[in-house]
Design a protein around this ligand. Structure first.
Ligand SMILES: NC(=O)c1ccc[n+]([C@@H]2O[C@H](COP(=O)([O-])OP(=O)(O)OC[C@H]3O[C@@H](n4cnc5c(N)ncnc54)[C@H](OP(=O)(O)O)[C@@H]3O)[C@@H](O)[C@H]2O)c1
Length: 318
């Protein structure tokens, strides 16, 4: 297993297991299988609706398996309906209870988008809170308190652009250690990577394989495939790898954490083995040539009629 250094003297496993869309009955089995294979990093979120099942699998592995809690890296996230300060701790308590652990290694703000507390996903405009209705520092300071209480070891964000990250860094007492964002050859975000390298923030690459299993309403028409791209397939064949391994090895070559989701034992094994693969310079350059500024998870689901959020506003500079 490959590790990165985080917060100067801490190690985070470079490859973790994604769990979005891991359905009931599959999610727990996938986590158990992954831990057996050697994964030591699980990426969770309450909105994935499977933390309870994952918690049962984690608990069984910690009770019967060869690993201790401190050998496992568990990330979860604060959903959009719990950003006002009085809801933050309760949200983490629920996640800890479901995951059956005393603390998280990393607690992330899931999106820079606010919903009314109690609303899982807005059906009407009034179920959104406006972008400035909950200042990010209100949520962040509540999260800092949870670090001080020992309920999470590190805190960070997801889906923040450079401008939001920079504002947060300047005001934060406890610095964000990670920004978890969509990263793959079609969306390389080199400016973000450069900014984070200069500012001691690790990037976690989500949807590194192109998030092919999103339900139809979350997909655009004629989405490009990453796994089937001829350049990826050719590099895979040439090196006796799978296309997925080429994508994961490329992500790791950039120094990003990567969290492919799978519920299939053969994919889990194949993906885990990617941490030992080093692509040659020519292959890496060929993959770099695939940039097309394409987002699979573009946040369009927050841009519903009457919503104060737009795709451009989420990713744009302000
Ligand atoms: N912070 C955020 O806002 C955010 C957003 C999106 C995702 N994430 C996190 O990132 C994780 C990964 O992203 P994702 O789930 O969107 O998509 P992904 O990991 O890019 O793709 C998952 C899809 O790839 C398939 N797959 C896995 N390994 C494969 C392989 N070796 N060869 C071929 N196909 C393979 C999976 O199928 P099988 O299950 O059948 O193997 C599934 O259909 C999520 O699960 C979640 O934990 C976070």
């Amino acid at each position: 297993m490959k590790f990165y250094t985080i917060a100067e003297n801490e190690r985070i496993p470079a490859l973790g297991l994604g769990t979005w869309k891991s359905n009931k009955g599959d999610a727990g089995k996938a986590v158990a299988e992954a831990l057996d294979i050697g994964y030591r990093h699980i990426d969770c979120a309450p909105i994935y609706m499977n933390e309870k099942e994952i918690g049962t699998a984690i608990n069984a592995a910690l009770t019967d398996g060869p690993m201790r809690r401190d050998e496992l890296w568990i990330t979860s996230k604060l959903w959009n309906n719990a950003h006002p300060k009085k809801y933050v701790q309760t949200a983490l308590e629920t996640t800890l209870r479901e995951l059956q652990v005393d603390y998280l290694d990393l607690f992330l703000i899931h999106w820079p988008v606010h919903f009314r507390p109690g609303c899982l996903f807005p059906q009407k405009p009034e179920e959104f809170l406006a972008p400035d209705e909950v200042p990010v520092m209100e949520t962040w300071q509540a999260m800092e308190k949870l670090v001080k209480k020992g309920m999470c070891r590190y805190i960070g964000v997801c889906n923040f652009n450079i401008s939001r990250l920079n504002d947060l860094k300047q005001q934060a007492y406890i610095q964000p250690v990670i920004n978890q964002i969509e990263l793959h050859p079609y969306l390389q975000q080199q400016d973000m990577l450069d900014y984070c390298r200069e500012n001691n923030i690790l990037l976690t690459a989500y949807s590194p394989l192109g998030s092919t299993d999103r339900p139809a309403p979350l997909k655009k028409e004629n989405e490009p495939s990453l796994l089937d791209h001829p350049v990826i397939v050719e590099i895979a064949e040439k090196n006796n790898l799978s296309p997925g391994q080429v994508l994961l090895a490329w992500a790791l070559s950039r120094g990003t954490v990567v969290i492919p989701k799978s519920v299939q034992p053969e994919h889990l094994r194949e993906n885990f083995a990617a941490t030992d693969i080093a692509l040659g310079g020519e292959d890496l350059r060929a993959v770099n040539g695939l940039e097309r500024a394409y987002r699979f998870v573009d946040g369009g689901f927050f841009q519903t009629p009457g919503s104060p959020y737009t795709v451009a506003g989420i990713w744009g500079d302000k």
